[in-house]
Each structure stands twice: as structure tokens, then as C-alpha cells.
Design a protein. Structure first.
Length: 210
């Protein structure tokens, strides 16, 4: 099993996601974000950076996170964490957010970009669809998992920018699950968090779905 560490930024939505029984046993270690400088990450395979973690706390930890990736480990960067400030080769574009498209009818243009990826044995398009805040340009050689129209990606996997693996998304399921708002976000976590337990350091350079 993968050794999975998660960052806790001390908010109510992190508390509900991380500490309540539904997901608590998935995490091998819970790290308060401001304690991160004192933590030896070498014991872990995957570091999950929780939704809406303050990027001003993450920015000074760039080198620590880069060292973790250099060992072939996995970093999962959830939405609204200021990815370009503390991760390499991240290109982000802000867009207006339509929070109410599901009441107005229609769609928001999301599509699964890599249906054969093992993640989508656990998740459907409906499970990754609530809204988006912008999009990423995927680095050459990396793989988009969820696209938004023809603009870019809201979720991608990068095994080329570092010796490790980056899973980068603008999705913010912890915030909505913890706020009891948007059932899709709970379904997302139900599939995604157990999936992360199956990612180990030895898989960091996977080139095709198992």
C-alpha cells in the first residue's frame, strides 16, 4: 500500500474531509501545513496538498517538495493552492466561474481526456463535474485527464517535469464536501482517495494504463 500523507490547513472543510470517519483511515499521516518544514517526507510515497491551502505557506516549501519529487514520489495538488507558485512548469489561466450552470440547464464543457487511465475505473464524468475556476496548459509529454472544451485541462498527470509524478487539478472537492455542498465532490473523493492509495513510488514513470 502507498504511504499517503495529507496536508491539513486547519479549516472546517479540511477537518470534515480528513478527520471524520469516511476518509480518515485512508491517510497514513496528517501534517498541519505550518509544521511541514519540520517533517521528513521520505517515509511517504504520496503527498496530498489539500484544496484551498494557502499558497503563501507552500511557496517557501518549494525546495522540500522538489526534493520529494526528485526521489520519484507523487505530489497531488488540489484546486486553489496557487500551483505556479510552488510547482514547476505549471501554466494557469483564470476564468469566470459559473456556479449555477446546473440550475440553468446545459453543460459546462468538461470531457474525460484519457478514458483508459486507471483513475476512471473509479470515477465518471459526472463525478468530476461541478464547476471550474480556470484551466491549465498541459506540459509537453504530460497527459490531460479532464479537459474543458478546447481551452485546456482542469486535471492532468505530469511525469516529465520532474523525476516523480504530479497530479494537478483545479478541482476543489474537499471544500465542497466539507461545506456539505455539491454531491459530486463527495463521489469524487470516494473514488479518488482510495485510488491514491494504489499509487506508489515505483509507479512514478508509468507509461501506459495497467
Amino acid at each position: 500500500m502507498t504511504r499517503l500523507a495529507v496536508l491539513d490547513a486547519g479549516t472546517y472543510y479540511h477537518h470534515r474531509t480528513i478527520y471524520e470517519p469516511r476518509y480518515h483511515d485512508i491517510f497514513d499521516e496528517i501534517i498541519y501545513t505550518r509544521d511541514l518544514p519540520e517533517v521528513d517526507l521520505s517515509a511517504f510515497d504520496t503527498l496530498l496538498v489539500s484544496c484551498r491551502t494557502d499558497p503563501s505557506v507552500l511557496r517557501p516549501r518549494r525546495e522540500q517538495i522538489a526534493d520529494f519529487l526528485a526521489r520519484g514520489k507523487t505530489v497531488v495538488a488540489m484546486g486553489s493552492t496557487g500551483h505556479p507558485d510552488w510547482l514547476p512548469d505549471v501554466k494557469w489561466t483564470d476564468t469566470p466561474t459559473n456556479f449555477w450552470w446546473w440550475k440553468e440547464g446545459g453543460e459546462i464543457g468538461l470531457k474525460i481526456a484519457a478514458p483508459d487511465h486507471p483513475l476512471f475505473t473509479r470515477l465518471t464524468l459526472a463525478d468530476v463535474t461541478w464547476h471550474y475556476h480556470g484551466y491549465f496548459q498541459v506540459p509537453d509529454g504530460a497527459q490531460s485527464l479532464v479537459d474543458v472544451g478546447e481551452f485546456g485541462s482542469i486535471f492532468y498527470e505530469d511525469t516529465v517535469s520532474t523525476p516523480g509524478r504530479l497530479l494537478i487539478t483545479s478541482l476543489d472537492p474537499m471544500y465542497h464536501h466539507g461545506s456539505y455542498f455539491m454531491p459530486a465532490t463527495t463521489r469524487f473523493l470516494d473514488g479518488f482517495l482510495p485510488y491514491l492509495k494504489g499509487i506508489g513510488a515505483g509507479l512514478a514513470k508509468r507509461t501506459s494504463a495497467p
